[in-house]
Each structure stands twice: as C-alpha cells, then as structure tokens.
Design a protein. Structure first.
Length: 441
C-alpha cells in the first residue's frame, strides 16, 4: 500500500513540476504521503509555512493532478507533522494558535535562502541578532531600501526563525496597510479596546512598508502609542520602508526620533556577483540547475531589483517547461526578449569608460585624475556605478581603474548614484540608457 501511495504522490508532484513549474519547490521532496482513505489523500509536512503554501498556492493544481492520475475525485489534506510541536499543540492552540495561524509566511523567505553580500550585510546581521535575542539588541530595527531588495524576505526570515525556536512567541506581522485598515475599522466599530489589546499584547511587532503611515495622521498617533507600549516592555519592533525615517515625507518628528532610537539600516542593490549568487539560490529552491551562461546572462540583463531577477528566471524556466525542460542560453534570450547572438559578450570597464566619456564629453585622464569638481566627479561616479552593476569586478578593482581610489570611495559613489536614481527621474533615465547601450551593444 505504501508503495502505491508513494507512486501516486510522486506522479502528482511530477505533474505539478511539468505543468505549473512556477510553484514547484525543492522541499516538495520532503513531503511524505501518509494515507489514502475514502477519497482523502493525506500528506505530512514538517513546517507550518509549507502547509500554508500548499493550501494557498498549489491546492487547485494538486487536486487537478490527483484527479488526472487516480481517475477519481479525491481531496487533499496537508498535515503538520512536527513532533515536538505536536506535544505542545494544545497549549499552542490556546496561547497563540489563533494569531500565528492567520499569518502567511513565504517558505522561501528564510535566512538560509537569503544571499548575503556587501549591499545587505548589516541588515542581515541585525536580523539574525534580533531573531536570537528579540528586544535586546537593536530595537526598533528599521530596514529601508528601494523595492524588491529583500526587506520583506528578511523580516519574514526573522519571524520564521523565531517560530522555529518556540511556537509560543506571539508575532504580529503585517503590512502597514493592514495596520491602518485594522485601525480604521476599529474606530468605525468603536472597538479600539480590542484593537489595542491585540497589538500591545504582541511579543514582536513587524510592520512592512511603514511609509504608508506617512499620510495618515490618526493612524500615526495610534501607532505612536502602540510603539511606546511595546518598546517600554522591551518587546521587539521591526519596521521596513522604501526610505529612511528622516526622508519620509509627513511623518511626525516624534515618530522619526522613535525610529532612529534603534538601528536604521539600508539595503542597496545587489552587484553583478550577488545577482549571480541570488539566481543560483533561487534556481536551487526551484529544483533547477541552469547552466552558468544563462545565470550570467540574466544577471547582466536584469540589474534593477531582485524581484525582477527572480521573475526573469521564472520566465525562462516556464518557457523551458513548455519544451523539453532544458534551459539554454538561446531559450533565455528568447524568453527575455533578445535575439540569440553567437557569443555572449562580457562588458568591460573600458567600454563603460568609453560610453561615459562620450556622453559627458570628458577625458579618461580626467576620470582617473584628482579633480573633484562636479563636472568630473559625477561622470566618474556614474562609471563606478555601472562598473559595479555590470562587470564582475570587485570594489577594489574598480577603484584601481579610476586613479587608485579605495573601495569605500567606490561604494560611496555607488550609493550616491543609486540614491540619485531613486530621487531624480532624469538621472535614472540617463543611467538606464547608458546601461541599455552597454548591454545591447
Ligand atoms: P522588498 O520587500 O524589499 O520589496 P522582497 O523581500 O519582496 O523585497 O524581495 C523581492 C524578491 O527578491 C524576493 O523573492 C526575495 O526572496 C528576493 N531577494 C531579495 N534579496 C535577496 C537576497 N539577498 N537573497 C535571496 N533572495 C533575495
Ligand atoms: Mg516588501
């Protein structure tokens, strides 16, 4: 019977992998079928977030597969099988089951799946520290950076790591929008007591995209009090936003100063090497193994943010699954909208210098010299930015090409241009067109 069951389950998973590859994850192999009785197939999962993922993302597809494979209308149940946790399950249910069960964490968003590099090292270290001793190290922890750079991933990783240590932790994790809507509803229903109890009773409060609070005065007021109550009882608070507290328009000063009380850390865009590492990681989570030229092609082509990087991989993988499942460079070019060319070209610092000197009408000797006037320093910084994003060179090597400048100067240049791109449409456009020129030459 066990063999028959395993066989059915394996076939169901193969179906999912073949027809809906975007949902496939390598951890599916750890799911164990438990039994098939009265048309109900039960499978065991060792993590709650897996259970939620299967229910919310894959249920329809798995049901469709199960029907095709068995020829019967069967239903599926995902059973949580953590033994330690089951021992305490009564207690858990009573204490916090209500709360934590409602939160959906993405099983991909763990520390193990997070690639650490120069652009996020501090944010990552702070999140690890907070997950190990909440309320004691950095409180509040404020992560900021532009969209798609891993803020949500890190915050969920903290929550999931804490839940792994003890299911008893009362975690309030939500987007700021949910907080605001919840507050508005509580006001309308005259139910502020319950609202306050719920939020102020948390062991850890995690609010994503707090910039949403900027426009909302009454919610800010309420949040201020929630914050103070939790902070005073040494409960951990983690916040994220697309800019630093000081840069947030229309945020009350007292909130800005509260946010600055702990650690404020910025996540920058990943450089080329890191984009490669992230793609390898994402590929392994999806149980695929694309060749290096494909990974490098995607990492060069997509430089704006990590979410798009992942989207590109999904696209290439999806296209491959429509054919024979093999991921090739031709396929990648087809999926990402570029005609296949015979050889993949490496972008060099010389090419970058050539484009930039031409665009700004400056000389190479100026870029390598000591002058710091804006007319020279700005194109120099653009060169460093492009070199970091488009070539595989380290910060030291890039500095070496520009008059022996050290790595902190290159990092500073990178951050400066990145910030300018965020805030100034003209600069963003100029940088993008230089990038496009270089990548599509
Ligand atoms: P943000 O909240 O900053 O907008 P997300 O956390 O949603 O960004 O990240 C977008 C995608 O990029 C997610 O799939 C996330 O897993 C991935 N990602 C971002 N940074 C990293 C990283 N350093 N390592 C692995 N994946 C990353
Ligand atoms: Mg986010």
């Amino acid at each position: 019977m066990a063999d028959v069951l395993t066989d059915i389950w394996d076939k169901i998973l193969s179906y999912l992998q073949k027809h809906h590859s975007q949902y496939w994850r390598s951890w599916f192999e750890q799911i164990e079928p438990i039994g098939l009785e009265n048309g109900l197939l039960r499978v065991g999962v060792p993590e709650r977030s897996w259970q939620q993922y299967l229910k919310q993302k894959c249920n329809e597809t798995l049901l469709e597969a199960a029907r095709k494979i068995t020829g019967h209308l069967i239903s599926l149940e995902y059973v949580y099988t953590d033994q330690n946790d089951l021992l305490n399950s009564d207690l858990n249910q009573k204490q916090n089951g209500e709360n934590n069960d409602l939160i959906f964490f993405n099983p991909d968003y763990t520390f193990g799946n997070f690639v650490v590099g120069p652009c996020n090292r501090l944010a990552h270290a702070a999140c690890i520290a907070v997950s190990e001793s909440p309320g004691c190290t950095y409180n509040p922890l404020f992560l900021h950076g532009s969209v798609g750079l891993g803020k949500t991933h890190l915050m969920q990783a903290v929550c999931q790591a804490m839940l792994k240590q003890t299911q008893q932790t009362r975690i309030m994790y939500m987007t700021c929008e949910t907080f605001v809507n919840d507050f508005i509803r509580a006001v309308e229903e005259g139910n502020l007591y319950d609202f306050r109890y719920k939020y102020r009773y948390a062991d850890i409060l995690v609010i994503d995209d707090i910039q949403f609070l900027a426009e909302r005065e009454r919610s800010q007021e309420e949040f201020f009090h929630t914050f103070n109550t939790l902070y005073q009882s040494r409960k951990q608070i983690i916040l994220s936003a697309d800019c630093s507290p000081a840069e947030m328009p229309r945020l009350e000063d007292r909130l800005v100063s509260r946010f600055n009380q702990g650690l404020v850390t910025r996540i920058d865009k990943p450089d080329y090497e890191m984009r490669m590492a992230i793609l390898y990681k994402k590929a392994s989570i999806r149980g695929i193994d694309p060749p290096e030229d494909v990974i490098s092609f995607i990492a060069r082509k997509i430089y704006s943010n990590t979410r798009e990087l992942e989207g590109a991989l999904t696209k290439v993988h999806g296209l491959a699954m429509l054919e024979d499942g093999k991921i090739t460079i031709e396929l990648a070019r087809q999926a990402l909208g570029e005609e296949p060319t015979p050889a993949h070209r490496q972008i060099t610092i010389s090419q970058i210098i050539e484009s930039v000197t031409e665009h700004f009408n400056v000389r190479l000797s100026d870029l390598q010299g000591k002058r710091r006037s804006r007319s020279i320093a700005f194109p120099r910084q653009i060169c460093m930015y492009l070199a970091r994003d488009l070539t595989g060179h380290s910060l030291e090597e890039i500095g070496g090409h520009f008059g022996g400048r050290d790595h902190t100067t290159v990092l500073h240049a990178y951050r400066n241009i990145d910030r300018l791109c965020d805030n100034d449409e003209n600069i963003r456009f100029m940088v993008n067109s230089l990038m496009t020129g270089l990548t599509q030459k």
